[in-house]
Design a protein around this ligand. Structure first.
Ligand code: NAD
Length: 296
């Protein structure tokens, strides 16, 4: 079993670190929040007083932090100077592609291995150990990270070289944001045309307009399977996090010169939703923004 440092024990990292401990790893955990650290200790991790202490003699360092700036400073101050030679740094946070490549490059320059390994799946999947990891890095870094990630997820996929994991994550979430807006739009038009919404769902779910947003995560209450829409959009995937991922996608599109008009439109709509105070609700609530527009 490996000695693993885990930094960032929030909504996602808390469950992930617990699963590593449950799998028998020696997990040295650190978070700025004393409460988060206490929860990790009661789940079987050992508390470290600082990030530097957590990283000492670690064979793998896992980070699950809010954004690129946090990852950059933990890598510069603790993970890169402190990890044992040959250790693998595994960043599971969702951050911009450029920062992911930069921090991994700095780690490799110091004789370490590094992967970006963002996740698909929310807080429930992190707790249950059923996340999907999209991994960017060399074949050697992937081989070393894979068994650590496998203890926290149901799928670990090598997406390509450094930054490819973050690239796959934001492309997937841009697609999800755009299809959710399109699904809400289709329901709004169906309703305006007097269609029964359950009947429209039954048709669209087995027709060419079908998508995950329609069939598995229907944004309309009492239509299709039980989803956050049936619970007034509580829980699920927060609209503020969808906006974060859409902004990262727009930043990457601008840097790479890709044309993403649907992603741009989805970003604008989520910006309005979040600035209207709905950032904590599930992202499938975006249909309300469309309804407000229709009402003028
Ligand atoms: P969170 O805010 O709940 O947790 C982040 C944790 O990092 C906090 O406990 C915070 O105290 C800690 N932290 C911040 N700076 C630190 C530092 N310098 N040293 C030590 N600890 C520090 O966030 P989360 O929901 O767990 O998300 C983490 C990452 O996962 C984000 O990048 C997010 O975009 C991504 N993500 C989240 C979800 C989700 O559903 N919540 C799903 C997929 C991906």
């Amino acid at each position: 079993m490996a000695r693993i440092a885990f930094i960032g024990l929030g909504n996602m990292g808390g469950g992930m670190a617990a699963n590593l401990a449950k799998a028998g790893h020696d997990v040295r955990a650190f978070d700025l929040s004393a409460e988060a650290l206490e929860r990790a200790v009661s789940a079987g991790c050992l508390a470290a007083g600082t990030a530097v202490e957590a990283v000492e003699r670690a064979e793998a360092v896992v980070t699950m932090l809010p954004a690129g700036t946090h990852v950059e400073s933990i890598y510069a101050d603790a993970a890169i100077p402190g990890a044992a030679p040959g250790a693998v740094l595994i960043d599971c946070s969702t951050i911009d592609v450029a920062t992911a490549r930069r921090v991994a490059g700095a780690a490799v320059a110091k004789g370490l291995l590094a992967v970006d390994a963002p996740v698909s799946g929310g807080i429930a999947a992190a707790a249950a150990g059923t996340l999907t990891f999209m991994v960017g890095g060399s074949q050697q870094a992937f081989a070393q990270a894979e068994p650590v990630l496998a203890a926290m997820g149901k799928a670990v996929i090598h997406a390509g070289p450094s930054g490819a994991g973050q690239g796959a994550k934001i492309c997937n979430n841009m697609l999800l944001g755009a299809t959710m807006v399109a699904t809400c739009e289709a329901f709004a038009l169906a309703e305006a045309l007097g269609l029964d919404l359950q009947t429209f769902y039954d048709i669209s779910s087995v027709s060419s307009g079908q998508s995950w947003s329609m069939t598995s995560y229907c944004p309309v209450a009492r239509v299709g399977p039980d989803t956050p829409a049936d619970h007034d959009y509580a829980g699920g995937f927060a609209a503020a996090l969808m906006l974060k991922d859409l902004r990262l996608a727009m930043q990457a599109a601008e840097a790479s010169g890709a044309s993403t008009p649907m992603g741009e439109r989805a970003t604008e709509l989520y910006e309005r939703l979040v600035s209207g105070g709905q950032g904590g609700r599930d992202f499938s609530i975006i249909g309300r923004t469309l309804r407000q527009d229709a009402e003028g």
